[in-house]
Design a protein around this ligand. Structure first.
Ligand code: SF4
Ligand code: SF4
Length: 432
């Protein structure tokens, strides 16, 4: 199992996830986390780099822990989990983001995270509370039970863009799992607890002042579990652990939303393993470029994976025509005395220098089937929650890309009205 995708999962998922997860795991060798490749170790660089801090690395992020993973951390008897447990307990005691579904980040931080791209990896004030900078390895104290974003983030990908797309898809599937299981688990442990629905982009006085929620609000969410939150989280973990695999499949994978997420994940995995090339390719018009001597430093699908191309090669890829197939382009170039080896074409594609004509950047670069699957998933969630939407909301759905559709599905999963999904209210703790 150690070489399979299943073996990379947090333990609570391992007996639950379907057969697909028995396939070989995807190993990212370019993200050298123990000796972080994004930190300055004197490595050569063709352009000035803005390195990450070695005492934060990429953990300038505050995770959103599902109730059952909090329980898994608290119940884990391994000595190496002691520090993680202590830190989780500290968050719970401070009532910081502690709700029946999640142990979440402070809501103020969610607003900061909307626009902090330039400070990612460098803002000490955003350091994750579970990151242990005192450890010589500067490591995560809850690693074994980490959540969807932490499980799937890499700064660089061995298989380039195919790898990036796979991990984004994996994250989306895990988010679907988390959203579904937190609700079922909380409901099973105590149907009277209430997950708060916060107003979108609006903070309470307590949020702004870094204070715990009002006692009355907190008691309304937690009911008889106030002061016993740890026990509640552990009970959620025990409940998830006890689900039969077929029940998990029925409620998570076999729902319309689940089929969309899992189908997309399997497709991205196949794409990565089978090294499928599109039939037409052109130079990526959206990549950012820095011309330095006889090199062009380009950034394509991922801001932390820039690299230098020879200027000659950069010019040659500019000669690819969208009106011609890949074979036709290569034949024309060969007739002009320019021969490009298949390995080079493969490299240019996985690094995002060559893209399909009209392709959109990064995670928006998806085929229509994916968009259709996500729209169907949203429709299914809306139906299940008996929420009808008006024409304006329908237009929004039609125009939405993958990221927006994912957000809408997430909001819909806990919403009771269309306004919570498309309007002013937000489902607070559930937003990624
Ligand atoms: S994934 Fe994070 S810790 Fe690992 S090498 Fe990249 S920036 Fe460093
Ligand atoms: S939970 Fe762990 S991996 Fe995730 S941001 Fe915190 S320290 Fe990093």
């Amino acid at each position: 199992m150690t070489d399979s995708l299943r073996g990379t999962l947090p333990p609570v998922y391992q007996p639950l996830f379907g057969q697909f997860f028995d396939r070989p795991k995807v190993v990212e060798t370019r993200a050298t986390c123990d000796n972080c490749v994004m930190c300055d170790s004197g490595q050569p660089s063709p352009v000035p780099m803005e390195y990450f801090r070695s005492d934060t690395k990429c953990c300038t992020y505050h995770p959103q822990l599902p109730n059952y993973l909090v329980g898994a951390i608290l119940a884990d008897p391994a000595p190496e989990m002691e520090e993680g447990k202590r830190r989780v307990r500290e968050q719970i005691e401070r009532r910081s983001g502690a709700t029946p579904h999640w142990l979440n980040r402070p809501r103020k931080m969610s607003l900061i995270l909307l626009g902090y791209g330039d400070a990612f990896g460098r803002a000490k004030s955003l350091l994750c509370p579970y990151f242990n900078g005192d450890d010589p390895a500067a490591s995560c104290t809850i690693w074994r039970h980490r959540e969807a974003v932490c499980m799937t983030y890499y700064c660089k990908y061995t298989a380039g863009k195919r790898g990036f797309d796979f991990w984004v898809s994996f994250k989306n599937y895990l988010w679907h799992v988390q959203r579904t299981l937190v609700r079922f688990a909380a409901q099973a442990v105590d149907p009277t607890v209430v997950e708060p629905a916060f107003k979108k982009h609006q903070l309470t006085l307590e949020d702004i002042e870094d204070l715990p929620p009002k006692d009355s609000d907190y008691a309304a969410w937690w009911k008889s579990w106030v002061g016993r939150e740890e026990e509640f989280y552990v009970r959620c973990w025990e409940w998830v652990k006890s689900i039969p695999q077929r029940q998990f499949a029925l409620n998570v994978d076999d729902t319309e939303a689940g089929k969309g997420y899992l189908g997309d994940l399997v497709a991205k995995y196949e794409h990565l393993q089978n090294r499928i090339l599109p039939s037409r390719l052109v130079r990526n018009a959206r990549m950012s470029e820095q011309h330095v001597g006889d090199k062009v430093v380009v950034t394509t699908y991922h801001r932390y994976d820039s690299f230098a191309l020879d200027k000659d090669l950069y010019e040659v890829v500019g000669m690819f025509r969208p009106s011609e197939t890949l074979e036709e382009n290569l034949a024309r170039l060969e007739a002009e005395g320019i021969e490009l080896a298949p390995e080079l074409i493969e490299f240019l594609y996985v690094t995002g220098v060559l893209v399909e004509p009209g392709a959109r950047p990064s995670s928006e670069n998806v085929d229509p089937a994916t968009l259709k699957a996500k729209r169907s998933a949203l429709a299914a969630v809306l139906r299940a929650r008996k929420i009808t939407i008006d024409t304006r909301a329908l237009e929004k759905v039609e125009k939405a890309g993958v990221a927006m559709l994912d957000q809408l599905i997430e909001r819909a999963a806990t919403a009771t009205t269309a306004a919570e999904i498309f309007g002013e209210e937000e489902p607070g703790a559930t937003s990624p």
